[in-house]
Structure formats: C-alpha cells, structure tokens
Design a protein around this ligand. Structure first.
Ligand SMILES: [Zn+2]
Length: 164
C-alpha cells in the first residue's frame, strides 16, 4: 500500500508539474507578450533607419552619371546642330541669331542649360522626388535631341549627310 501511495504521489506530482508547467507558461506569457512587441517596435525603427538610406541613393550614382552625360551630349548635339542650322542661313527660333553666332556665348548657354537641368534634378533628389529627378534628365535629353534632329532635318532633306 505504501508503495502504491508513493507511486500515486509521484504520479500526482508529475501531473501537477506537467499541468503546472503550461500553466506557468500561460501565466508568464501575458507578462512576456507585451515585452515582445515592445522590443520588436524598438527594433523596427532602427531597421527602417538602416534600410532608408539604402533606398535613397547617392545623387551622383551611376544612373545619374549616365543621365547627366546624356543631357550634356544632347546639349552638345543641340549646339552643333544649331550652328549647322545657322551656317545654312536658317534662323534659330529659341535664342537670338547674335547669341548663336557668338559661339563661346552659345556654348555657355548650352552649359548653363545642362547645369540648370542637373540643378533641378538635385532639387528633386533633395526633396525625395527621385522619379522626377530622373525624368528631368530623360525629358531634357528627349526634347533636346528631338530639337537637334529637327535642326539637322530642316532644309537638309536633299543632302542629309552633309548636315551631320
Ligand atoms: Zn534621388
């Protein structure tokens, strides 16, 4: 009998331990639960802070390097196409002929145009409008190149090679 009682006691104590353990966990859980979101909440902003600068690129990254090079190239193309237009006796519509004929001054105008475009891109970048930042260069290249092509196409339809 004594042996049976002992084993029963062990059984009961084991049951209590088994039952008590989840109960203890259940009691601990509400206490620890608020801690988990707090630590997660504390960890989340630091993670975002680490990620945020990565998504925000450097201004002089590879894409902008190429875009600004494109703007410069299209401006150069515009410069030569306009001079070509003038040599053929046509008139520049956007700036005065005197300015175009002063090649150094006209080159400065083209350089300033490039600079203003890069400056606008920088402002968009600075205020977080990264798509507009890129599009400034893309639209500039598109419009300037179209203008340059138009310059070459004007009155050169009968001998287009000499225009280039
Ligand atoms: Zn940007």
């Amino acid at each position: 009998m004594a042996r049976v009682r002992k084993s029963r006691l062990i059984e009961v104590s084991l049951l209590l331990m088994l039952c008590g353990t989840p109960g203890a966990r259940g009691q601990q859980a509400p206490a620890s639960k608020p801690e988990v979101p707090v630590s997660e909440a504390a960890a989340t902003p630091t993670k975002q802070e680490k990620i945020a600068p990565k998504t925000e690129h450097r201004f002089w990254d590879k894409e902008n390097d190429w875009l600004f090079a494109g703007v410069g190239a299209s401006r150069t193309l515009d410069y030569f196409s306009t001079l070509n237009l003038r040599r053929r006796g046509d008139k520049e519509l956007l700036v005065t002929n005197d300015l175009v004929d002063d090649h150094a001054a006209f080159a400065v105008v083209e350089a300033v145009g490039t600079g203003v475009s890069i400056g606008a891109s920088y402002l968009f970048h600075r205020y977080g409008h990264h798509k507009l930042e890129r599009w400034t260069s893309i639209v500039h290249i598109g419009l300037t190149t179209t203008g340059a092509v138009r310059n070459y196409c004007l009155k050169t339809a009968h001998h287009p090679v000499s225009g280039l």
